[in-house]
Design a protein around this ligand. Structure first.
Ligand code: ZN
Length: 359
């Protein structure tokens, strides 16, 4: 009897020892799973940029991948740059939904003001002071229109807002897809393929959506041109999305191809822009808006240059793993370009809001 109790105790002791060891092993395994690894230790499908040498998350469990949004690795700033951009556009969306005056959405673009009989468009700079952007002499020829414009505004003739919301939704969709891709693509091969394609589709979507508002408001009174340009960019966008969904095009080899495709889509806006200049010759809003669009084009091009060249990390591999590598710079340029495009769009909406109805 005594013997049997002793042997049972022995078995229990061995069991608990085994359990402890198992738990320790599990803990060790978990620690190993959440370890940041070097480029050389990555499986082929996770190797994208050979100049970023370390701090990779590799096939972590989903829960840890989600939590890694709050820890440092080489994708942290890629995730946050676009997450902050997403939040900025959520803010714009909320403000747009609540505000009645379209022109009052962004503080640095104020509605045209009426001073006596003369309308004087003003642009507020960032420290709040007003500057006349057009000398009076340039405006005298539209002063008669101005009275009419004010009446139209006072008469609450409101232009449709939906193209503006299309742009905001596109920007939000693109930025959130990008953040999610950078967060989750390291989880598995399946995730990697899915999320990078989603990311490229998101970029195409944002480019297409960016075209909607300026074309809609610029060609508000030219329905055929409006329909033509909107159809054209939609078809190009759909073709681009279909092309980018081909798994082979997600590989690093096609980095330049993807950048070229996005830039071509973006720069196809030159044609409607030139048309707009001819159509609205002498309307200062259109020129100001187009100069903002030029700045946007420059920002996108600069971002694409960083994206394809992989500068600065190619100069000093390993130095910019966590902070300062080309993809982060590209992300910042994308957000800045989208903000500049918002300003350009608000100016053209302001112009359309203040213009006489199509006669
Ligand atoms: Zn990205």
């Amino acid at each position: 009897m005594h013997n049997r109790t002793a042997s049972r105790r022995k078995v229990e002791l061995v069991d608990s020892c085994l359990e402890d060891r198992k738990q320790e092993k599990d803990k060790e395994k978990k620690k190993f799973e959440r370890r940041l690894v070097k480029y050389d230790d990555l499986p082929e499908y996770l190797r994208d940029n050979e100049f970023i040498l370390d701090y990779y998350r590799c096939e972590w469990p989903l829960k840890d991948v989600f939590l890694s949004v709050f820890s440092w690795h080489n994708e942290t700033l890629n995730i946050w740059t676009h997450l902050v951009g997403f939040l900025i556009f959520v803010g714009l969306m909320v403000m747009s939904s609540m505000g009645e005056q379209l022109g009052g959405l962004i503080t640095n673009v104020s509605r045209a003001r009426v001073s006596g009989q003369l309308m004087t468009p003003m642009i507020k700079d960032f420290n709040g002071s007003d500057h006349d952007i057009f000398p009076d002499s340039q405006l005298r020829h539209i002063s008669h229109q101005s009275d009419f414009q004010v009446q139209e505004v006072n008469g609450y003739e409101v232009i449709p807002k939906w193209p503006w919301f299309v742009f905001l939704s596109g920007a939000m969709g693109c930025l959130v897809c990008s953040s999610l891709s950078h967060l989750l693509a390291c989880h598995s091969k399946r995730f990697n393929l899915f999320f990078w394609r989603l990311d490229y589709a998101g970029i195409s979507l944002m480019i297409v959506c960016s075209f909607f508002a300026p074309i809609y408001y610029t060609f508000y009174c030219n329905p055929y041109s409006r329909l033509f340009y909107l159809t054209f960019i939609t078809v190009v966008g759909i073709l681009a999305i279909i092309t980018l969904l081909a798994p082979a095009l997600s590989s690093p080899r096609f980095r330049s191809f993807r950048a070229t495709l996005f830039l071509t889509m973006g720069f196809s806006g030159v044609v409607p822009a030139a048309h707009a200049v001819v159509l609205h010759w002498g309307h200062p809003h259109v020129f100001i808006s187009l100069s903002y669009e030029l700045v946007m084009g420059f920002l996108y091009a600069a971002g694409a240059a960083f994206y394809t060249s992989r500068i600065p990390e190619r100069w000093k591999p390993g130095t910019f793993d966590i902070v300062g590598h080309s993809h982060q710079i590209f992300h910042v340029f994308v957000v800045l370009a989208a903000i500049v495009h918002s300003v350009a769009t608000l100016i053209i909406m302001d112009f359309r809001q203040g213009s006489p109805t199509c006669v």
